[in-house]
Design a protein around this ligand. Structure first.
Ligand code: G3P
Length: 233
């Protein structure tokens, strides 16, 4: 699986997000590889019009509905058809307590019972909790109950660069795979070629998170195709 985080690069503003989403769709159609655009909340609805698979948002807050201003409501995301969300990306960190609280709320039956009338497909909503280091993952994973659908390892210092986590930290990825046995581990940061994807998968990751290589590319579709083909069919 390949998550493409559109972030808020200017290339994803306005029509840009739609162009990127269309490129994702073409590559899905051509390769059959599962690609998930991770978009700004502003673009969720528009992107869903041009992309047929799951579309995620980049962040959610712990405010659901009511007298709250400017927050990103998980309930609203669901009602608009979001398939999931990142939490605690290194560019949008959350206090550990809030991560626990959000995962617990979204993954427990309590939430379903409480809101099932408002939104359907509530149980399919996915959460990926991101960690920037092994230490962070260690201390938080013990407390993440129930589990998120995915956990991601992304060393912040490699994000947006040309040196990938897969090539520069293979031993760390192996450690993370062991530490997170039983979790679906995704890795990201600096991923920019097929070899990076292959290496990540070979080391035990179930997928990769990519941003700048695709979003800032002259030809995003070409870059995406190269990364997708690395998964094989
Ligand atoms: O969420 C993915 C991201 O942080 C990785 O960014 O630009 O290094 O692919 P990038």
């Amino acid at each position: 699986m390949l998550w493409i985080n559109f972030k808020i690069y200017k290339q994803s503003f306005g029509e840009g997000a739609l162009k990127l989403a269309r490129a994702c769709q073409k590559v899905v159609d051509e390769t059959g590889v599962k690609i998930i655009p991770v978009v700004s909340a502003f673009d969720l609805v528009r992107v869903k019009e041009v992309f047929s698979g799951e579309v995620w948002v980049q962040h959610l807050d712990f405010y659901f509905e009511g007298k709250h201003t400017g927050w990103l409501s998980p309930l609203q995301a669901l009602a608009l058809g979001a398939g999931g969300s990142l939490l605690n990306h290194s560019e949008h960190k959350l206090p550990p307590g809030q991560i626990r609280q959000t995962v617990a709320y979204l993954k427990r039956k309590k939430w379903v019972e409480h809101w099932e009338k408002e939104v359907d497909s509530i149980e399919k909503f996915k959460i990926m909790v991101c960690f920037g280091s092994q230490g962070q993952a260690k201390s938080w994973l013990r407390k993440l109950d129930p589990q998120p659908d995915f956990v991601a390892y992304e060393p912040a210092e490699l994000i947006g660069g040309k040196v990938s986590v897969a090539q520069s930290q293979p031993a760390m990825i192996k450690n993370m795979v062991e530490l997170m046995a039983g979790y679906n581990l995704v890795v990201g940061a600096g991923v920019h070629c097929a070899a990076d994807v292959k290496k990540a998968i070979e080391l035990g990751a179930v997928g990769v998170l990519v941003s700048s290589d695709v979003v800032k590319a002259k030809n995003p579709q070409k870059e995406l195709l190269e990364l997708a083909l690395a998964f094989g069919k």
